[in-house]
Design a protein around this ligand. Structure first.
Ligand code: ADP
Length: 237
C-alpha cells in the first residue's frame, strides 16, 4: 500500500539574522493510510515544526514530503493551499475559533472556505455535533463555551470537510482530564469510524499510547518508534 504521508530526510533550520536554529534534522518516516500515529518528545524537540511542515504551512529547508503521492515541492503556493484544504484537517492546542461567530457558524464557514464541491452535508454535520456532544451549544459564541466545548467545536470544524488526514498539535494541552479523554476518544473515532489517518503531537506519554504507533523525537530527530496500544476506554459525555 502506498503511504499517505512520506517524510524523507526532512530538515528545517530557522534563521533570524545571522543566527541559525536547526529545528529538524534528517527526519524520515512514513504513515500508512488509516494509521493513528502519535509524535512525542520534550519541548523544543521539533514536534511543532514537523506539524507545520506536514501540513504544508511552512517549507522544509531540506528533504521532501509526499502526501498521498504528491510531492509538496512540486506544488506552487495556490496548489499547496488547495491540497491542504481538501485533504487535511487541523486541530490546534489553542482552539482558534472565530470569536464573533457562533459555534455552528464556525463549523459551517470551515466547510465554505475549504472549496469543497457541493453543499454541506447537514446529516453528517448533525452526526458530528451529536457524537461530540455539542448539538445544544451551536448558537453560542466561543466565549460562552468551556475550553472542552471549544475544542469539540474545533474538532467538528476540522472533520467537517471529511479530510483524509487529521493533524492535531497538542489537542489536549489546554484541557482537564475529562475533556482530554473525550478529545482522545474522538480522534480515535475519526480514525476508526471515518477511516482518517491521524497524526497527534503530544508531550503527554499516556495520551500517546492510544495510537497504533508512537514516534519519539529529541533534538530535531526521531529517536525511536514503538507500538501503541491502539485503544482507549469508552467515554460518555
Ligand atoms: P516542540 O514543538 O517540540 O516544542 P518546536 O518545533 O516548536 O519544538 O521547536 C524546535 C526548535 O526550533 C526549538 O529550538 C525552537 O526554539 C526553535 N524554533 C521553533 N520555531 C522557531 C522560529 N519561528 N524561529 C526560530 N526558532 C524556532
Amino acid at each position: 500500500m502506498q503511504p499517505i504521508i512520506c517524510a524523507e530526510h526532512l530538515g528545517k533550520t530557522y534563521r533570524s539574522g545571522k543566527i541559525e536554529v536547526p529545528a529538524l534534522r534528517d527526519v524520515t518516516f512514513s504513515v500508512e493510510p488509516g494509521q493513528f500515529v502519535s509524535i512525542v518528545g520534550p519541548s523544543g524537540s521539533g514536534k511543532s515544526t514537523l506539524f507545520y511542515l506536514l501540513g504544508g504551512l511552512t517549507r522544509a529547508t531540506s528533504g521532501k514530503i509526499v502526501i498521498d503521492g504528491v510531492d509538496f515541492a512540486s506544488l506552487n503556493d495556490a496548489e499547496r493551499t488547495k491540497m491542504r484544504k481538501s485533504k487535511i484537517g487541523f486541530i490546534f492546542q489553542k482552539f482558534n475559533l472565530l470569536p464573533t461567530l457562533s459555534a455552528g457558524a464556525n463549523i459551517e464557514i470551515a466547510y465554505e472556505i475549504s472549496g469543497q464541491s457541493g453543499p454541506l452535508d447537514k446529516a453528517y454535520l448533525n452526526h458530528l455535533v451529536e457524537i461530540l456532544g455539542i448539538s445544544g451549544r451551536l448558537d453560542h459564541r466561543p466565549s460562552e463555551l468551556s475550553g472542552g466545548e471549544q475544542q469539540r467545536v474545533a474538532i467538528a470544524r476540522a472533520l467537517i470537510t471529511r479530510p483524509s488526514i487529521v493533524l492535531a498539535d497538542e489537542p489536549t494541552g489546554n484541557l482537564d482530564t475529562y475533556n482530554s479523554d473525550a478529545v482522545l476518544e474522538m480522534l480515535q473515532r475519526s480514525n476508526r469510524e471515518f477511516k482518517q489517518t491521524v497524526l497527534m503531537i503530544t508531550h503527554n506519554p499516556e495520551a500517546a499510547t492510544i495510537a497504533d504507533r508512537i514516534l519519539h523525537m529529541r533534538d530535531g530527530g526521531i529517536t525511536g518508534i514503538e507500538e501503541g496500544k491502539g485503544a482507549i476506554a469508552a467515554h460518555s459525555w
